[in-house]
Write a protein that binds this ligand. Structure first.
Ligand code: BES
Ligand code: MN
Ligand code: ZN
Length: 493
């Protein structure tokens, strides 16, 4: 898809679809006025008829007389200037509306979000178009039609403004690419997307991008590193586990301290011996969405050439029951030396993350962020609107919250107080892997916090946000937008 900001005349622009954001109050913007005049008052009549009352209402007209465009798409921006979140929704409407045309021209007019500038709006438009183009068809015999849109021009004042908008469009395209990469990995079934498959995808990223290198540790190497906690999760499966380590070197100096991203990569979570109930178990193919978001973020960072260093660690395992599987009550020793009583083999995410978190300490990271579909309790607490955020550092937490807000990919912070940590007490090991009744997301985070004392750390529980259930079942690519916003702010832009 080719996206370009340039100055054009909406009346004479040759395009399959001219899209216009229109305020529902009567004072039209410049483009709106011009189109209204050229069409003999079409906009005024549509507005009078009340067809564009609510923000997001759309009206389209084919072969509109007076315009060179093949189709006119009007999207209502509501009766006041939309805020960030509304604008993101509007961008989605515009993307859907434009999806069936081959070429489009878009005028935001004066409907730009009140608390952001036009560049931010352009980024959202590019993101929405990119994300709307996602089709999962790898395991379908009839491939769905790809989005038709090949070219979009975005109205701009020209010159310096166009350059700024074009940079924003490029950012948006890169984020959408990262989001879609993560969605695809998430949507792939667990018989294709195995730990070995993730390792191959990581290697191919290194082949594609000059600034990415990949190293994959096998089980023997992990045994040598004493990752007994991670290995206890993979005991019951026939699929070999891998610790995938990718490095992106984008900072001016290769030696700049990296941000570490650690993604839970359970390619299927049956629960193990603490077997999950059957209903909805297919959705546990999504238990590697944390890992997928780490992959997606690297893809976007590389595409945007973000000037930061990133080290990404993905512990990739399958959690299955068998005669060799870990049993409730087994005690394992983590890489940190701390022992863990595995009271429930379905609390496996923390068991693989703790060893990965210890491992990334070697990179002297300036911050560590882990992303995991960690607890069903997080879905109960926050639903699918916000990811759960936990951190041992207020500045890091605030930066992540602000990034999520700006990217339309919000998180909400929960505490990790010592009162909760005490719930992890075990009679037979340094800690248990579950915290009993109550505050399941928090006790899971408290468990991780015991392995992250040496550095600034945050944990994002994306159990509720990483995929949609029901008729629209599918991965969302969250929290790639939040992470990219955070990383670009780290890079000073
Ligand atoms: N992957 C699940 C968490 C999950 C469940 C995410 C449902 C999204 C939807 C995780 O490994 C798990 O099973 N957690 C247990 C923890 C419990 C045993 C303490 C849970 O949430 O039930
Ligand atoms: Mn589980
Ligand atoms: Zn899990």
């Amino acid at each position: 898809m080719e996206l370009k900001a340039r100055s054009f005349n909406p009346v004479t622009v040759k395009t399959d679809c001219l899209a216009l954001l229109v305020p529902s109050r009567s004072d039209l913007g410049e483009a709106g006025k011009a189109v209204d005049e050229a069409t003999g008052g079409l906009l005024t009549r549509v507005l009078k008829a009340g067809e564009l009352k609510k923000s997001g209402d759309t009206v389209s007209a084919y072969a509109p007389a007076g315009l060179a465009a093949g189709k006119l798409l009007l999207v209502s921006a509501g009766d006041k200037t939309p805020d960030n979140r509304e604008f993101v929704k509007l961008a989605g409407k515009v993307a859907t509306g434009l999806g069936t045309s081959k070429s489009g021209a878009l005028c935001l007019d004066d409907a730009v979000a009140s608390d952001r500038d036009t560049a931010w709006c352009a980024e959202q438009i590019a993101r929405a178009l990119g994300e709307a183009a996602y089709r999962y068809d790898q395991t379908k015999s009839s491939k769905e039609d790809a989005a038709a849109l090949r070219k979009l021009q975005l109205q701009s004042g020209g010159g310096r403004e166009s350059a700024k908008l074009n940079a924003a469009l490029t950012r948006g395209v890169a984020i959408a690419e990262g989001v879609n990469y993560a969605r695809e990995l998430g949507d792939l079934p667990a018989n294709i997307c195995t730990p070995g498959y993730l390792a191959r995808r990581a290697r191919s990223l290194a082949t594609k991008h000059k600034k990415i290198t990949t190293r994959v540790l096998n089980e023997k190497q992990m045994r040598e590193l004493k990752m007994g906690s991670l290995l206890s999760v993979t005991a019951g499966t026939d699929c070999p586990a891998h610790m995938i380590v990718m490095e992106y070197k984008g900072a001016p100096r290769k030696t700049d301290k990296p941000v570490a991203l650690v993604g839970k990569g359970v390619t299927f979570d049956s629960g193990g011996i603490s077997l999950k109930p059957g209903a909805g178990m297919d959705e546990m193919k999504y238990d590697m969405c944390g890992a997928a978001s780490v992959f997606g973020s690297l893809v976007a960072a590389a595409k945007m050439e973000l000037p930061v260093n990133i080290v990404a660690a993905v512990p990739a395992v399958e959690n299955m029951p068998s005669g060799r599987a870990t049993k409730p009550g087994d005690v394992v020793t983590s890489m940190s030396g701390q022992t863990i009583e595995v009271l429930n083999t379905d609390a496996e995410g923390r068991l693989i993350l703790c060893d990965a978190l210890t491992y990334v300490g070697r990179y002297k990271p300036r911050a560590v962020i882990d992303i995991a579909t960690l607890t069903g309790a997080c879905v109960v607490a926050l639903g699918n609107h916000a990811s759960g955020l936990f951190s041992n550092d207020d500045n890091l937490a605030d930066a992540l919250l602000a990034s999520g807000e700006a990217a339309g990919d919000r998180a909400w912070r929960l505490p990790i107080w010592s009162e909760y940590d005490r719930q992890l007490k075990s009679n037979f090991a340094d800690m248990a892997n579950i915290g009993g009744k109550g505050a399941g997301s928090i006790t899971a985070a408290c468990f991780l916090a015991r392995f992250t004392r040496e550095y600034q750390w945050a944990h994002l529980d994306v159990a509720g946000t990483a995929w949609n259930t029901g008729a629209q079942k599918g991965a969302t690519g969250r929290p790639v937008p939040l992470l990219i916003e955070y990383l670009s702010r780290q890079a000073g832009g």
